[in-house]
Design a protein. Structure first.
Length: 327
């Protein structure tokens, strides 16, 4: 964590990503999944922004839409003041050197028919960065960087454990010296004993290469450890953003409070006095989200006015933003 820099590297403005639902023989659109619905935030150069929330709230879709792996329905994504949503395909392809992704599943994100040399060397070949023996040398350097033996370059993904495969994914993401990496739940498929190793590796690489991360995760305690700031997402919208320590010590939004109260506490004495906030009901469908505040159907402090308009996302304290009109 090294965010002493105030330069904004990524700026997301009112990002919307709806997936159409088609029915019938003529494939008529009947509805849409509101995966991301008007999300705005900045990521400063050299910092890690954690993005947390329940399954299906739109975290991974946000990450992929920022990188233009999904073409957004509307909104803008700026990388150093360049609007990625307006770039032509070839200009966007060249921009990909600056932005990479570490995928959630190290089993599915690596081609089982390619050796490590081919997997890690593929970005170098795609952008004509190296060829022949130079690729071998660069791949060996990258494998060493992620604490893997360069002699493994001729092996295939199935010969490695989950943690080693995720390191291969990290090496591939670093091949073109990017400045921004979306880490899409990079540790959720790994054993707990391996998770800390991968997180420590990501932190070491961030310090060494001044990387900027969007770190998407379920594990709230791990997010606090790695993130400078944390954004909390619920049903396609951001409900709170704050410095990570501030958010964990003094959450303001009712959903953030409920989410943090669910973190297991190792201290048995504290556990007995620890107030757990249990939310009523289920998360509404993203196909037909509630009017007004998205969280109102499960919120302990909601009243009838919450259904009338979407709460304004405002700065309650310095660098602490909340979307709730009741605070």
């Amino acid at each position: 964590m090294n965010s002493n820099n105030n330069e904004v590297l990524i700026r997301v403005e009112n990002l919307v990503m709806h997936f159409p639902i088609y029915r019938g023989v003529i494939r008529r659109q009947v509805a849409a999944v509101h995966a991301v619905d008007g999300v705005s935030f900045d990521i400063r150069a050299g910092e890690t922004l954690g993005l947390v929330g329940e399954s299906g709230c739109g975290k991974s879709t946000t990450g992929r839409t920022i990188l233009q792996l999904y073409k957004p329905t509307s909104g803008h994504v700026y990388y150093r003041d360049q609007d990625l949503t307006q770039l032509k395909p070839e200009a966007m392809r060249l921009m990909r050197r600056e932005m990479q992704m570490i995928f959630q599943d190290p089993y599915a994100s690596l081609n089982p028919r390619m050796t490590l040399r081919d997997i890690v060397g593929e970005p170098l070949m795609a952008f004509d960065e190296a060829s022949g023996k130079e690729i071998d040398r660069r791949v060996a350097d990258l494998l060493q960087l992620v604490k893997l033996d360069p002699d493994f370059a001729g092996r295939y993904p199935h010969e490695f454990s989950g943690g080693q495969r995720q390191r291969i994914g990290v090496a591939r993401a670093l091949a073109l010296n990017p400045s921004f990496i979306v880490c899409d739940e990079p540790i959720s498929a790994l054993d707990v004993s391996i998770q800390a190793q991968v997180v420590n590796l990501l932190e070491d690489l961030q310090k060494e290469f001044n990387l900027t991360y969007l770190f998407i995760a379920h594990d709230l305690s791990m997010v606090r450890h790695i993130s400078d700031r944390v954004a909390v997402m619920y049903l396609g919208v951001i409900v709170e953003i704050a410095n990570s320590d501030v958010l964990y010590i003094e959450p303001l939004h009712p959903y953030t409070k409920a989410l943090l109260s669910a973190i297991p506490v190792a201290d048995p004495v504290f556990s007995e006095t620890h107030q757990r906030t249990v939310l009523q009901g289920d998360v509404p469908s993203p196909v037909n989200p509630p009017s007004g505040c998205r969280f109102r159907t499960r919120c302990p402090i909601a009243d009838e006015t919450c259904a009338l308009k979407q709460p304004e996302f405002r700065e309650i304290k310095p660098d602490h933003f909340v979307a709730c009109d009741k605070i």
